[in-house]
Design a protein. Structure first.
Length: 306
């Protein structure tokens, strides 16, 4: 009798377990399991429409994403188009941005964020590569100066001095307009880090527009900026470059003036002082500051007057 009772109890337990399994399977198929959405992938959709709120909850180091916003707005872009592939954020106009996922948030790993759009004319480049660090990284120093000033020049020392002087003069114009304004503290910090140690290269309106857009999404206090020291340093640099440029231009000899000077030397060596004087004068007519021709003419005229 006991055996039958035990067997009956065992079968009842199995039936209960089977019923639970069948019920669970039925309910599991009918009730959808909630899928946890990746916050970054959701944000990519918002960025395409120019909505950047909530970035602080996505990134462990949100200040690095603020640099991306800073550069994007300096380029004049209102939205940000990015794809997320293999732990890399590929955003239009930027070099790939490496990420690491820690828990449900991401860390930006790049030491520097660089722009990469090097297509188009000088004017396009000036806007596309709107950050001095990116210009130097991708174009080199001399080419960056050409883009900054908007002029193609011969690659001589004099041209390099000229371009650098013009770049500093543009800096002064922009910084004088920004001086004394109330600026978003975070924008100004990035501006100092990425721009002020090089060249501004953009107009005041471009910087001001980027600042106003940036302030909509990055909430920090505003502070009146004092750029007098930066302006003073650039004024001193312009003065120094002007002196260097004047000295360099004085030392450059016009090819035709040099040819006349050499011809004069030939006549001088032959003893034909009158012909030598004529050619030395021709050289000086072309280039009045030609010191060697001036000295040679003085010597020839002294000999003729004797």
């Amino acid at each position: 009798m006991k055996r039958w009772l035990l067997l009956g109890g065992f079968l009842l337990v199995l039936s209960l377990i089977g019923g639970i399994v069948v019920l669970y399977s039925f309910l599991y198929e009918k009730i959808p399991v909630p899928v946890v959405k990746d916050p970054l992938k959701e944000a990519l959709k918002r960025w395409r429409y120019g909505e950047f709120k909530g970035y602080e909850d996505i990134f462990i180091n949100p200040e690095r994403f603020e640099e991306i916003l800073f550069l994007n707005f300096l380029k004049g872009n209102l939205s940000l188009r990015c794809n997320f592939e293999g732990m890399r954020l590929n955003c239009k106009g930027f070099n790939p941005i490496r990420l690491r996922k820690i828990g449900d948030r991401y860390r930006i790993l790049n030491t520097y964020i660089y722009l990469n759009d090097t297509s188009g004319s000088l004017g396009d480049l000036r806007k596309n590569l709107s950050d001095w660090l990116s210009k130097v990284k991708l174009l080199g120093y001399y080419r960056s100066l050409e883009v900054c000033v908007g002029q193609l020049r011969d690659r001589t020392e004099a041209d390099s001095l000229y371009l650098e002087k013009k770049a500093y003069e543009n800096d002064i114009t922009v910084l004088e307009k920004l001086n004394g304004l109330n600026m978003n503290v975070r924008f100004y910090e990035i501006f100092k880090k990425r721009v002020l140690h090089g060249h501004v290269c953009l107009g005041f309106e471009d910087v001001k527009s980027a600042h106003d857009r940036f302030s909509r999404f990055v909430r920090t206090e505003d502070r009146k900026v004092n750029l007098r020291m930066e302006i003073k340093k650039r004024d001193a640099k312009v003065f120094q470059l002007e002196r260097q440029l004047a000295k360099k231009l004085e030392s450059l000899t016009d090819p035709l003036a040099l040819a006349f000077y050499k011809r004069g030397l030939e006549y001088y060596a032959k003893g034909d002082l009158e012909s030598a004087r004529i050619f030395f004068k021709k050289a000086l007519k072309i280039q009045p500051n030609f010191e060697r021709a001036e000295k040679a003419l003085h010597e020839v005229e002294n000999l003729i007057n004797r």
